[in-house]
Design a protein around this ligand. Structure first.
Ligand SMILES: [Zn+2]
Ligand SMILES: [Zn+2]
Length: 255
């Protein structure tokens, strides 16, 4: 399966990073995870395109993860696509209902399904097998671990995990243990005082001893600009011993 980083940015815009969005692709199946502002433009540059994505999985409901949800629905409607499924934590249905209440001319334009999932059992989304765990953030949400459609492995042993927005904590390290790639929120450098998001040292400490092939730092605020190597080094010096990279929009990884 392929992971494409569509958006490695956050709620404060920078020119080269749009808000949160990741495309998972396994040949003929595609799954979009999060749909922040700018993600549709990035998606339009992929082989799948917005026409090829009929399922969106949300980590949580902060605006930088959901801003392009109705724009996606509208683009698919205009392109003649007939379905869209939105999957996410509790509250996803009221979020979508609320958005359609404001933009009511879009209601009923395509066959829209909304499904709320929990961390208690794995589920399928866009053909991928997925398991969830609660994050530690200013809003309830999920991290996800994925197994591709072609795999016999359960999601809990899948090769890819995405943290969503979360502080660093040991439970996330256990959740992602054994992955080839963990994409983790690393919003700020160490010298920015912040809660609800990790910084390199707290992230590296939380992941010390975990078996993770590549850690991809993402959800980057403008404060991280030009400090990517320093942040990667900080994660390693704090105890994480896998490969550390910084996400960029358009980055593709094969798993
Ligand atoms: Zn958030
Ligand atoms: Zn966010």
């Amino acid at each position: 399966m392929e992971l494409t980083v569509l958006g490695s940015g956050s709620a404060m815009p920078v020119p080269d990073r749009v808000q949160a969005g990741y495309l998972l692709d396994d040949g003929d199946r595609s799954l979009l995870v999060d749909c922040g502002s700018g993600v549709l433009q990035r998606l339009a540059g992929t082989e799948a395109g917005y026409e090829g994505v009929s399922t969106v999985l949300l980590t949580h409901h902060h605006l930088d993860h959901v801003a392009a949800l109705l724009p996606l629905l509208k683009a698919r409607w205009l392109a003649g696509e007939e379905h869209l499924e939105v999957v996410g934590p509790a509250g996803t249905k009221s979020l979508v209902d609320g958005l359609l209440g404001v933009h009511d001319y879009l209601d009923g334009r395509i066959d829209l399904a909304v499904r709320e999932v929990s961390a208690s059992r794995s589920f399928a989304a866009g053909g991928f097998d997925v398991t969830a765990r609660e994050t530690r953030h200013s809003m309830d949400g999920f991290a996800y671990r994925f197994s591709p459609p072609s795999s016999d492995a359960p999601a809990a042993e899948g090769p890819l995990a995405l943290s969503g927005d979360t502080e660093a904590f040991a439970g996330m390290a256990r959740f992602a243990d054994g992955t080839e790639v963990l994409v983790h929120d690393c919003s700020f450098p160490d010298d920015v005082d912040v809660s609800n998001h990790p910084r390199p040292t707290s992230l590296g400490e939380s992941l010390a001893g975990a078996e993770i092939g590549t850690l991809l730092l993402s959800h980057l605020y403008p404060h991280t600009g030009g400090r990517e190597r320093e942040m990667e080094r900080g994660v390693r010096e704090a105890g994480f011993d896998g490969e550390v990279r910084t996400a960029t929009d358009g980055l593709r990884l094969s798993l």
